[in-house]
Design a protein around this ligand. Sequence first.
Ligand SMILES: [Zn+2]
Length: 301
Amino acid sequence: MSTPGLIALAISLLVSAGQSALRPDRSIKCSSCDEWNVSIEGFKVFGNTYYVGTAGLSALLITSDQGHILLDGGLTQSAPLVAANIVKLGFKVEDIKLILNSHAHYDHAAGIAALQRASGATVVSSASGAEGFALGNAVPDDPQAGFGKAENAFPAVNNVRVVKDKDVVRVGPLAVQMHNTAGHTPGSTTWTWQSCVDGKCLNLVYADSISAIAAPGFRFTGDAKTPSRVEQFRNSIATVGELPCDIMITTHPMATDLAGKLKKRAAKPAADPFIDPQACRVLAANAMKALDARVAEESKK
Ligand SMILES: [Zn+2]
């Protein structure tokens, strides 16, 4: 076999080795799942931060020579795609030391069980998120719990390390801070860190969903028994808007036009469309408007 042929064979063996180490759980079925789970190639966002998710569900890898941090795992059927992206970028799934979760809904958390088995990493989340992982389901006070246990189910994960607002988790030189952004779920979290290139450091934000989505009958404004969650939600949205923010990736990348940014970047690499210091402020302003509309709507019922 020729040298290029041998290299191609070695790469394909390495890729398949990375994939075979991961045993995915049973596929999740939902109306958007197939659209979300379309495979895309992983790519460098900036410095040591890589996008390793699918077309519709984000997963980020922050790398170091002392181990990596993975943020989110998508659906159960996303996990092998995430693992393949990591391997194709030249990293090892077994070098992931921590897996951080945005919020414990099946579209961001379901792939984590298989990725944890493949890597041996510790899963990290908020206290409410850990409750969701133990249940393998939305927690009872989740706005979407009313959609049903079968609809909300995902593979449970135990031994979750719980972190509090503003805690920093570390792997070697990597340091990632958790920000409590409860609202979309009671345990929602946004994560921030810095990545550097040639001494130029940028602030990266993995922004959790801050959308007021709920099952029928749920009220963010509360009733006589449950006080309003609106104030907490407003605080969370304000937190996202005020973060040091050069590059923001959202849990659903379509919400901030990942595909469009990739096209623009390919056409004109010098003006990186991922660098946008207004991104957090704009996302927060839009989320606040949507929450206000939801509150107004609830006041009519
Ligand atoms: Zn969600």
